[in-house]
Each structure stands twice: as C-alpha cells, then as structure tokens.
Ligand binder design. Structure first.
Ligand SMILES: *Cc1c(COP(=O)(O)O)cnc(C)c1O
Length: 444
C-alpha cells in the first residue's frame, strides 16, 4: 500500500467537515437523501491506477471504474495535459452556425475509423442520456424525411438502462424510474430482457435466447411494421446486472430488424471503448448497427462527453434530404472534452490496452472469477472481458433467493465497501467493471 501518496495528498479539511457541508447543500443523484444524511457520504479525495483514497486515508480498489467509465485508470497525465493545452488554445467554441474546430473534427474521424465499417459519422453530446435523447430525435426524423411520419415507436427492453433524462429514462426499462415523473414518454415500448438465469426457467439458454429475441417480432407484429422505427439495446445490459444474452439472441435480433425494416440502435455507453476486448460491443457480437450511442469510456470519464455514431444509411438520409435537424447542445463537441478523448484513444491504442483485455487480462479475470462457481451461495458466475457478475442465492438448484430481492446484494456490497473494495449490487447480483488497465496481480 502506498501510504506516502495518501498522506501527502490528505485534504486540508477532515471528513466531518466535508460530510456536514455535503449534508447541508448537496443533493446526490440516485440517492435517498434522508438515509444518506443519516449515514454520511464517503468522501473520495484522490485516485491513482485502479485505486481511490478517501478522506480518512483508506485505499480502496475501484471495482467499478468510477461508474463503468475510467477505462484507462486514474492518474493518466496525458489526458490532463490534453485538457490543459486545449483550454489555453480554444476553451470553447460551438458547432451550430457553420463553424467547427480541430479537436471535434479529428475526434469524429478517429471514431469513424474505429467503429464498424458502415459507420462514418458522429453527432456529439455531453452524456449517454443526451446521446439517447438524440437517438429518439434522429430515428424519428430519419423516417419522417422518407415520408413515414407514423414510424415513431422505439422498442426497448425491461431492465435496460439508457440514461436518466426524460428520453433516456423512457427508453430504459427501469420501472422504479418510470414511476417518478410519468414515464415513459409516448411511443416507447418494452419487451422481455434476455436474462436466462433470472427468467429462463426450464428452457436451455439457446432456446431462451431465441424466445427473448422473438418477443421483438411479436411486438412489431402487434404494433404494425409501419409504426415501428427502431429497436434499442445494450450489447450486454450493464446497470441491469451484467446480463449477457445467450449466443442465439443477437443473430435472431439482427434477422428481425432486417426483415421488418426497423433501425438497430446499439447502446455502447458501457461496452464501447474496450470493455469486451473490442473497440465496441457491436464488434464482439458482429453487429452492424444503424446508430451507436456512446459516452463513458470515450474520455475514460476524465471530462464529460457522449455522442451517437451514425451509419451511412442514416447519415445519407439526413444529408441528402436537406433541411435543419433541429437538435443540439451548447457543448456538443466541446473542444477540451474532444482533446481528452483523443488522448484517451491514443493511450488505448498506443499501449495496446484493448488487445491486452482480449488476450490476457480479460481471460485471466474470467478464469479467476469462475473459481467462485463452487461457492454454496453463488448460483451463477458470468462475464466477458473486464466485466463480470455473480448471482447470490439461497438454493443453487432452484435459483431461490434469500428473503427480499436486493437485501443480500446490499449487505454484500456494504461488506465489500467496508473492506475497501467497490463492487455494485443490482438486486442480489454482484457486479464488477474495473479499469481496463487492471493487472493480473490486482485481479488476484
Ligand atoms: C450510463 C449509461 C447511460 C447514460 O449515460 P449518462 O452519461 O449517465 O447520461 C446510457 N446508457 C448506458 C448503457 C449506460 O450505462
């Protein structure tokens, strides 16, 4: 443990000071303010590699890479320098009124090179939620421009996560989010998720994968093909509990989207930028999406940036029909965020981090993770690349849980946290998504 580092960087104020101010003035995202105020927040002061330090000097292994985003790990100076230089050269300019700037142009080109071959354009946002709001607007405009204004329905999945704006949360399939604020917005539909362990019952994974995919076909038929604009899904559901679809799922989804002429939108916010050992989850599953929203790993979280990667098919319609796409953000393509993204891509490429995930650390993590499978309380272990989950159960053969779903997961998460490991609990599913630079020793 690097004690010198943590003591040198100790903040001027103590934990009680920060907690009192936090309690008085800061409303936290996705938190119960009453419960949090009673307990007090844990104050993170600095970080290096895969480790965080809190205001009490504890060193914590960040098993979640922040929020699935710090792919290159903490303390990468080239990203900080890229932001510093860009802020001195051109801290801000917009791209609305016939203007552009070098970092946004260069980043668009780099992303087009890395994306599947049919994708060569980028629309920039500041987050994954905004990227998915952009998807809703862009998909509907795509069909409207072709004289199919009724093709507005976007089909998503229960327990999907696509963000927390009105659009993003509507696309998402989180019932507890829909209950707050009268969501989803109109013309968003949800189908079954491909969660074999939780919902597969007596079917084999392959049979269940086909069944879950065919729920899309049934929904299209129920609504009418002329009404359905797109299907959106994460390659692997992240926040839903690292739900890895059976092998049969994605090929069947591809077939259905093609057969009914609906756009395939693959949300790459978590799977993009190396987590599965490929630049994008779509490459891992051999998909050629029409749109790919991204965020998180594009800057490794060092600055906020998101966007939508747009296929030639969609870009051509938006371009050739002319007329303004009446959508965008002040900070679409922010110069400093783009400069940081470029430095992040340089690091991922220059250091061969994604190849390392594919060939070394990914397989090693999965092999070590499998050793939990014999544990009496663990019903299933699963993972791909540097992403993994395990299911806590009371009874392995029946998949029966302990008491109320979520209580055991929360207990386990709290125990991990007390022992200086950040893991996340989704119900009774424990998940990890550490920085991609994690080493074999650190995995051990
Ligand atoms: C995190 C996430 C989002 C939302 O991104 P924000 O930057 O938090 O708005 C969207 N989709 C997926 C799959 C995500 O994991």
């Amino acid at each position: 443990m690097d004690n010198t580092h943590s003591s040198q960087a100790m903040p001027a104020h103590d934990t009680e000071y920060w907690q009192a101010l936090d309690r008085s003035h800061h409303l936290h995202p996705f938190s119960d303010p009453k419960a949090l105020n009673a307990e007090g927040s844990r104050v993170i002061t600095h970080a290096e590699g895969i480790y965080l330090w809190d205001s009490n000097g504890n060193q914590i292994l960040d098993g979640m890479a922040g929020l699935w985003c710090v792919n290159v790990g903490y303390g990468q100076h080239t990203l900080a320098e890229a932001a510093y230089h860009q802020l001195q050269t051109l801290p801000f300019y917009n791209c609305f009124f016939k203007t552009s700037h070098p970092p946004v142009i260069e980043l668009a080109r780099r992303l087009a090179e890395l994306a599947p071959a049919n994708i060569n354009h980028v629309f920039f946002t500041n987050s994954g939620s905004e990227a998915n709001d952009t998807v809703i607007r862009m998909v509907r405009r795509y069909w409207d421009l072709q004289g199919q204004a009724d093709k507005t329905v976007i089909i998503s999945r229960h327990n999907a996560y696509h963000g927390s704006t009105m659009g993003g949360a509507s696309l998402g399939g989180m019932a507890f989010m829909h209950r707050q604020g009268g969501l989803p917005i109109p013309d968003i539909e949800h189908i079954q998720q491909p969660y074999w362990y939780g919902e597969g019952a007596s079917l084999s994974p392959e049979e269940f994968g086909l069944q879950a995919a065919r729920a899309l076909e049934a929904k299209i038929q129920a609504l009418g093909e002329h009404r359905v604009a797109a299907f959106i899904a994460e390659p692997i559901q992240g926040a839903g509990g690292v739900i890895i679809p059976p092998e049969s799922y994605w090929p069947e989804i591809k077939r259905i989207c093609a057969r009914y002429d609906i756009l395939l939108v693959v949300d790459e916010v978590i799977c993009g930028f190396g987590r599965l050992g490929h630049w994008f989850g779509s490459q891992y599953y051999q998909l050629e999406p029409d749109l790919m929203p991204f965020a998180k790993g594009v800057t490794s979280g060092y600055l906020p940036l998101g966007g939508v990667l747009v296929s030639d098919k969609v870009a051509q319609v938006l371009t050739e029909h002319g007329g303004e796409f009446a959508h965008g953000f002040t900070y679409s393509g922010h110069p400093a965020a783009c400069a940081v993204a470029l430095a992040n891509l340089d690091l991922l490429q220059g250091q061969g981090i994604i190849e390392q995930v594919a060939n070394e650390t990914g397989p090693y993590l999965q092999q070590r993770w499998q050793s939990f499978a014999d544990h009496p309380l663990i019903g299933e272990v699963r993972g791909v690349g540097i992403l993994a989950a395990l299911e806590l159960v009371k009874d392995k053969p029946t998949h029966a849980r302990f008491g109320k779903l979520g209580d055991t997961g929360t207990l386990c998460r709290d125990i991990c946290f007390k022992n200086n490991l950040v893991m996340r609990a989704v119900g009774d599913t424990m998940i990890i998504s550490p920085p991609l630079v994690i080493t074999r020793d650190e995995i051990d």
